[in-house]
Design a protein around this ligand. Structure first.
Ligand code: GUN
Ligand code: FE
Length: 458
C-alpha cells in the first residue's frame, strides 16, 4: 500500500523526558495520512539527501525559513469553556462569591445553544492561535451546548476532551443552575459519552468525552457513585477539581471524614485517564494515591494566585513521580495563553522557594528546593500534558501525533533577537518562551492538519 506522506523540514525543540531539552536541527519529519509522525530524518542520517529530494517533489512540502522553529503544540489540561466571557472579571473576589455571583449566572446562559456556539467558536479559535492544540474542557450542565463544544473542536481541528458538568446537590448549587437530580445527571452523562464517541469516529485528531463532577462539594454521593460506575463501564477520561483551596479541602473532610483525594478514589473517579485540577492542598499520602491510580495533576499557576491563594509544589510532587501538566483554568486564570502560565509556573515556584516576607530571617523564608526551570515548565505544557491524558502527544517523535506550532522569531511585529549574543539552542528557546506572543505563532498544526495560519501584517 502506498501511504501518502507529508514532509516537514525545520529545526525543533521538545522534551522527550520531563525537563530534558532536545534540539533537533534541520530535521525532516515524515507524517503519514493519519497525521502521525512516521519517522524523523536528521542531516547526519544516510537517507537525508534522498529523503530531502523526495520531499521536494511533493506539492505540500513545508520548509521552515531561517528564524522559524517547530515546538510541540501546547496541551491545556484545564479550561472552563463557558467562562470565556468572564476572563479578567471579578478576580479580586473570593472563589465562592465569584462562583455564585458571576460564574453560575453566566454558565446558566448556555441553555441557549446559539449563545454557546458563538462563545465556543471564538474560544477554540483563540486557543488554537495561542498554539494550544489539545484542550481538556469543562462545559456546562447542558448536554446540547456541551455537545456543540465537542463539534466545534472537531470542525476547527482542535483535539478536544469535553465534559458535561455534573453538579446536582440542591444545597450547594442555585436552583436556576444545577442538574435536576443525580439520576438525570448520570443518564445525561452516559448519553453524552455515547454521543461524543460517535462524533469522534469522524474526527481525525480525536474528540473525547470526559466524566466531569464539578468538584466533590457540588455533587451528591449518588451522583459521584454513578459517575464512578460510568468510568468503569466506558473507560473514559475523568476531570474534576481536587483540594483546590483550603475551604474546598476542609469542606470535603468535614462531609466525609476523608480527604478529597480519598473520596474521589473511593467513588471510582481516579484512574490513569483522570486529571484533577489545582491539587494545592495535596499531601504525600494523597500523592501515593495519585501514583497508584495513575491520576494526573492540572497545575494552574495563574488561577492559584487568585483563588487558591497558594502555589502547587511542582518539584516536590514531580520528585514523588506524579504525572502533571499545565492548565489556564479560564477564567479563574485570566489568560488563555499557556506561554503566560509557563512563566507564572516558574515565578510562583521561585516565590514558594524564596519566600516573600522580608521581615523573616532568610533561612526561615519559603520552602527549600521548590524552584523549577522554564524548560521544566515547557515540559509540563507539552510532554507532561500528553502523559497526563495518556495520549501520544506533546513530543515530536515517531508514533506521536504531528501537533506543532511554528514560531517565527523574526516576525516584524515582535522581533525576538539576541543580537548575535545568546544563540545557543537553549537560549533561543528560553527567549521564545518568555517573549513570544501570538504574533510569533505563524502556523499551528494538529494531527498533520493546518488549523491556524497567521498572515504577515495580520
Ligand atoms: N471549583 C468549582 N468550580 C470551580 C470553577 O469554576 N473554577 C475554579 N477555579 N474552581 C472551582
Ligand atoms: Fe477550574
Amino acid at each position: 500500500m502506498n501511504m501518502k506522506i507529508q514532509y516537514f523540514k525545520g529545526s525543533f525543540f521538545h522534551t522527550p523526558v520531563h525537563g530534558q531539552l532536545e534540539f533537533v536541527e534541520e530535521a525532516l519529519l515524515l507524517v503519514n495520512e493519519e497525521g502521525i509522525i512516521q519517522s524523523i530524518v536528521r542531516p547526519t542520517d544516510e537517507m537525508y539527501a534522498d529523503t530531502l529530494h523526495a520531499a521536494k517533489q511533493t506539492p505540500d512540502f513545508v520548509e521552515l525559513a531561517q528564524g522559524q522553529y517547530f515546538l510541540p503544540g501546547f496541551i491545556d489540561l484545564h479550561v472552563h469553556a463557558p467562562q470565556w466571557p468572564q476572563a479578567g472579571v471579578a478576580l479580586d473576589t473570593p472563589l465562592n462569591h465569584w462562583l455564585d455571583e458571576c460564574t453560575f449566572p453566566l454558565e446558566a446562559k448556555y441553555e441557549d445553544v446559539d449563545f454557546a456556539k458563538e462563545v465556543y467558536q471564538d474560544l477554540v479559535a483563540h486557543l488554537l492561535a495561542q498554539g494550544t492544540t489539545t484542550v481538556l474542557y469543562f462545559a456546562t450542565v447542558h448536554q446540547a451546548a456541551s455537545l456543540a463544544l465537542a463539534e466545534i473542536c472537531g470542525q476547527q481541528g482542535q483535539r478536544g476532551l469535553v465534559g458535561k458538568v455534573v453538579m446536582d446537590l440542591e444545597e450547594m448549587n442555585p436552583s436556576y443552575y444545577r442538574d435536576a437530580s443525580a439520576q438525570s445527571a448520570i443518564e445525561e452523562t452516559e448519553s453524552f459519552i455515547l454521543a461524543v464517541k460517535e462524533l469522534g469516529k469522524d474526527v481525525k485528531q480525536g474528540i473525547y468525552p470526559v466524566v466531569t463532577p464539578r468538584f466533590v462539594p457540588s455533587c451528591s454521593e449518588e451522583a459521584l457513585r454513578g459517575l464512578g460506575d460510568l468510568v468503569q463501564k466506558h473507560h473514559v477520561h475523568v476531570q474534576s477539581h481536587c483540594s483546590e483551596s483550603q475551604w474546598a479541602h476542609d469542606f470535603v473532610f468535614e462531609r466525609f471524614g476523608k480527604r478529597d483525594t480519598e473520596v474521589l478514589r473511593d467513588f471510582g473517579l481516579l484512574s490513569d485517564k483522570s486529571v484533577m485540577a489545582h491539587c494545592n492542598f495535596l499531601n504525600e499520602s494523597d500523592g501515593e494515591i495519585y501514583l497508584e491510580t495513575g491520576t494526573a495533576v492540572a497545575h494552574c499557576p495563574i488561577s492559584n494566585s487568585y483563588f487558591a491563594n497558594s502555589v502547587f509544589p511542582v518539584k516536590k510532587f514531580k520528585e514523588q513521580g506524579l504525572e502533571m501538566g499545565l492548565g489556564t483554568d479560564i477564567s479563574g486564570g485570566f489568560s488563555p495563553s499557556l506561554y503566560d502560565n509557563i512563566k507564572q509556573a516558574v515565578m510562583s515556584s521561585r516565590m514558594l522557594e524564596d519566600g516573600v516576607d522580608t521581615n523573616r530571617a532568610f533561612e526561615e523564608r519559603g520552602v527549600a528546593d521548590s524552584r523549577i526551570s522554564v524548560i521544566e515548565a515547557f515540559s509540563l505544557a507539552t510532554q507532561g500534558g500528553g502523559e497526563a491524558l495518556s495520549l501520544p502527544i506533546g513530543v515530536l517523535k515517531p508514533g506521536y501525533a504531528f501537533d506543532a506550532q511554528v514560531i517565527d522569531i523574526h516576525h516584524p511585529h515582535n522581533r525576538i533577537s539576541s543580537f548575535g549574543i545568546f544563540e545557543q539552542p537553549a537560549e533561543i528557546l528560553q527567549k521564545i518562551l518568555y517573549l513570544a506572543t501570538k504574533e510569533n505563532i505563524r502556523q499551528v498544526w494538529v494531527q498533520g492538519n493546518l488549523v491556524h495560519q497567521k498572515q504577515l501584517g495580520a
